[in-house]
Design a protein around this ligand. Structure first.
Ligand code: UN1
Length: 500
C-alpha cells in the first residue's frame, strides 16, 4: 500500500519561516515500519543550523513576546482548526511513518487538536497571583514572563501529540521555539511546521532543525540563548541532557518512560480488566511511555485472567495499521525488535513462563515489516529484569500477588513512576491505592494509557525530574515567575523593617 501524501522526497529544515537546506548536505532515509517502503529523506543537520535557528528565534521572540497573549492565542486557534480540517491526512501520514494503527493515529492527532484549543484558551488566562503587601499603599503581584528561546526534543512514538504538548504552551506564553523532532518521524514535524506557517505564526517563532540527538540535540544544549530544554525520550539520554544542562544552569524538563502496571484485585470486573490490559499493553504495540507492561493479579483470579487474556490475544489482528481491521501495528525499527527479542530471552532465563507470543512475525505479509507477536509471560516476580526494565514492545508480565499491599509495593519497586492502574469495586481500595501508588498518573478501572491533555502528564523517580507536560503545569516549564511590587505611598518603604 503506497499512499503518496507528500510530494517532497527530501524534507528541509524550517528556519525563519523558510525551508532551508541543512549546512551538511547529509540526509538519512525514513522507512514505513509496516512494509519498509522508503517514505522521505530527512536532513542530518549540524551545529551551524542550530545556531542559525537560535539566532532567528531570538530575534523573533522579542516582538512575539510583545503581542498580547490573547492575540498569540488566535494563531493557536487557527492551528487547531487547520489540524482539524487535515485530521485524516495527518492520521494517515502518522500511521505511515510511525506504524500505529489508524484509529490510534486519529486519537493522537485529536490530542494535538485538543491541546491547540486548550492552550489557546490560556491566552486569556496565564494566571498569576495578586496578593496583599505587608506595607501600606503598596501593591504586589506575580506574573508569568516568557523565558525566551526554548528547545524541544520530541520522540517518534507520539510525534505530533508530544510536539503540541511542548510547542503550544511555549508559543502562547510568548517564547520562540527551536524543535528537534525524532529522525524516525519527521513528516509530522513537516506538516505541523506548514500548519504554523499557514496559521500566520510570525517567521522565526517556531524553527525545526532535523538531525541526530548527538549533533543537533547536543548543539541545542550548548546554545546559551536556549533557556529551557524540554525532552521526551529514554532515561539514558535524559540523564545525559540533565547533567549537561545542570552545568549550564539551563532549565530542563524531562519525561523518560515507565514500567507501568495494572493491578487486578479479586473483586475486579474481569471482563473490564481484560479489555483495559489489552488496550494499554498491546495498543501502539506497547510503544507508549504509558504502556502497561506488568499486571499484578490477585492469586484467586490469576488463572481465569491468564485464560481470558490468552484467548483475547489470539484474536488480535497484526499488520499494516492503514487497514482499519488491524489492531496491532509494527515495531518502529529493527533495533526495537532486537531489544524486545533480547528481553524475551532474559525472561526465559529468569524462569518466567511464556504463555503466548515471544517471537518475531516474519512470514507472509509480515515478512516485509517489523512485527512482533503480542507476548504474555506469567509467574513473573517483581524483581525480574522483565518486570523492572522498560521493554517498549508488546510484552506483558503477570505477577501473582496475595493482596493489594503487595501489589502496590511491587508497583513502587521499579525505577520509573509514570502510570499505574487498579481494577477493583472496593471504594476503600480505590482511595488507598490512589494515595499509595508512586506514579504521576493513577487510573481506577481503566488501563494505564489515555491521559487527557488538560491534566499534568509525567511521573516520579526515573520517569522525570519534577516537571510536567500538559495542563497548566506545562506553563511552569515555559515561563519564569516574576514578582512585581508597586509602591504608591510616595515615600521609600522598607519591607521587613518599616512594619508596626
Ligand atoms: C507517551 O507514550 O509518551 O496517555 C505519551 C497516553 C497518551 C500519551 C502517551 N495520551 O497514553
Amino acid at each position: 500500500m503506497s499512499l503518496k501524501l507528500i510530494k517532497e522526497e527530501k524534507l528541509l529544515n524550517f528556519i525563519d519561516g523558510e525551508w532551508k537546506e541543512p549546512s551538511s548536505d547529509e540526509y538519512t532515509k525514513v522507512y514505513n515500519p509496516a512494509n519498509l517502503e522508503l517514505l522521505v529523506q530527512v536532513p542530518l543537520s549540524r551545529a551551524q543550523d542550530v545556531q542559525d535557528a537560535v539566532q532567528t528565534a531570538k530575534q523573533a521572540q522579542k516582538s512575539w513576546a510583545l503581542v498580547p497573549a490573547p492575540q498569540r492565542a488566535e494563531v493557536l486557534f487557527r492551528v487547531g482548526t487547520l489540524m482539524k480540517e487535515r485530521k485524516e491526512r495527518l492520521s494517515q501520514l502518522l500511521t505511515m511513518e510511525n506504524g500505529k494503527v489508524i484509529e490510534e493515529a486519529r486519537g493522537e492527532v485529536q490530542e494535538g487538536i485538543d491541546m491547540a484549543f486548550y492552550m489557546a484558551g490560556e491566552g486569556r488566562r496565564l494566571f498569576g497571583q495578586t496578593t496583599p503587601s505587608e506595607l501600606k499603599d503598596k501593591f504586589a503581584m506575580s506574573v508569568r514572563a516568557p523565558v525566551g528561546v526554548v528547545g524541544i526534543i520530541t520522540p517518534w512514538n507520539f510525534p505530533i501529540a508530544i510536539a503540541t504538548w511542548k510547542s503550544f504552551p511555549a508559543i502562547v506564553a510568548g517564547n520562540a521555539v527551536v524543535w528537534k523532532p525524532a529522525t524516525e518521524t519527521p513528516i509530522m514535524a513537516y506538516e505541523l511546521a506548514r500548519i504554523f506557517q499557514e496559521a500566520g505564526l510570525p517567521k522565526g517563532v517556531v524553527n525545526v532543525v532535523f538531525g541526530s540527538g548527538s549533533t543537533v540535540g547536543e548543539a541545542m544544549i550548548e546554545q546559551d540563548d536556549i533557556r529551557v530544554i524540554s525532552f521526551t525520550g529514554s532515561n539514558e539520554v535524559g540523564r545525559e541532557i540533565a547533567g549537561k544542562c545542570g552545568q549550564r544552569l539551563k532549565k530542563v524538563s524531562l519525561e523518560m518512560g515507565g514500567k507501568n502496571a495494572v493491578i487486578v484485585m479479586e473483586d475486579a470486573d474481569l471482563s473490564l480488566a481484560v479489555e483495559g490490559i489489552l488496550w494499554s499493553a498491546y495498543g501502539t504495540s506497547g510503544q507508549r511511555c504509558t504502556a502497561c507492561s506488568r499486571v499484578m493479579v490477585h492469586e484467586s483470579v490469576k488463572e481465569e485472567l491468564e485464560d481470558r487474556l490468552q484467548s483475547e490475544i489470539a484474536k488480535l489482528t497484526i499488520g499494516n495499521g492503514l487497514d482499519e481491521s488491524i489492531k496491532v501495528g509494527p515495531i518502529i525499527n529493527r533495533s526495537g525488535i532486537e531489544k524486545i527479542k533480547n528481553y524475551i530471552q532474559i525472561g526465559k532465563e529468569e524462569g518466567a513462563e511464556l504463555l503466548t507470543g515471544g517471537y518475531v512475525l516474519n512470514s507472509g505479509e509480515h515478512r516485509k515489516g517489523n512485527y512482533f507477536a503480542p507476548t504474555l509471560f506469567t509467574n513473573v516476580t517483581g524483581d525480574m529484569r522483565i518486570a523492572q526494565e522498560e521493554i517498549f514492545g508488546p510484552v506483558v508480565s503477570l505477577i501473582p500477588v496475595k493482596n493489594m499491599e503487595e501489589a502496590v509495593a511491587i508497583n513502587n519497586s521499579v525505577e520509573y513512576g509514570l502510570s499505574s492502574s487498579i481494577f477493583t469495586r472496593d471504594v476503600n481500595k480505590v482511595f488507598a491505592a490512589q494515595r499509595d501508588l508512586d506514579t504521576g498518573i493513577v487510573y481506577v478501572n481503566a488501563g494505564t494509557t489515555g491521559a487527557e491533555i488538560h491534566l499534568p502528564f509525567g511521573g516520579t523517580k526515573g520517569t522525570g525530574n519534577g516537571h510536567r507536560d500538559s495542563g497548566v503545569a506545562a506553563l511552569d516549564v515555559f515561563t519564569e515567575w516574576k514578582a512585581v511590587y508597586v509602591d504608591f505611598s510616595g515615600k521609600l518603604q522598607r519591607a521587613q523593617i518599616d512594619v508596626e
